[in-house]
Ligand binder design. Structure first.
Ligand code: HEC
Length: 119
């Protein structure tokens, strides 16, 4: 019980420390994307591109959804790891962070791309 309580408070602290505790996409971003693109979105020079101000974030939603589902180059496909709702939350978070912009996507848009890609 004690252990469980400790684990719970640690995870609450981890989410809170992201500074976007109310944003479900923040926690999902930190788990699935931040290892490469970093918590601040700036990536690692010559290894992982910055996604701060990247046209691919504010641009066509279909391209962004497909990039996350299928991966590209050194970015692994994440279709098996993320649900449609996870991808909606992550896109909402990255489009609303670091001065990026773009509209939220609907879960139906992600589902349609997943179906089209037969993933
Ligand atoms: C294992 C490392 C890794 C992970 C995890 C990863 N990416 Fe990437 N990402 C990359 C690499 C490498 C590229 C460059 C791909 C290329 O060469 O075309 C990239 C490219 C991108 C781009 C395009 C950037 C540009 O310059 O247009 C976006 C947007 C992006 N990633 C978002 C994400 C999101 C959102 C997640 C989590 C759901 C994620 N990535 C997870 C490594 C990663």
């Amino acid at each position: 019980m004690m252990l469980l309580r400790t684990i719970c408070s640690i995870s609450v602290l981890m989410v809170a420390s992201l500074g976007h505790a109310a944003e479900p996409g923040a926690a999902k971003y930190s788990l699935s994307c931040a290892a490469c693109h970093q918590l601040n979105g700036k990536g690692i020079p010559r290894a992982f591109p910055s996604i701060v101000g990247a046209p691919s974030i504010s641009g066509d939603s279909k391209n962004l959804i497909n990039l996350i589902l299928r991966g590209r180059g050194g970015m692994p496909p994440l279709a098996a790891e993320l649900t449609d709702a996870d991808i909606v939350a992550i896109i909402g978070y990255i489009r609303g962070s670091w001065g990026n912009n773009g509209d939220p996507v609907a879960v139906e848009e992600v589902a349609a791309e997943r179906l089209a890609a037969k993933l």
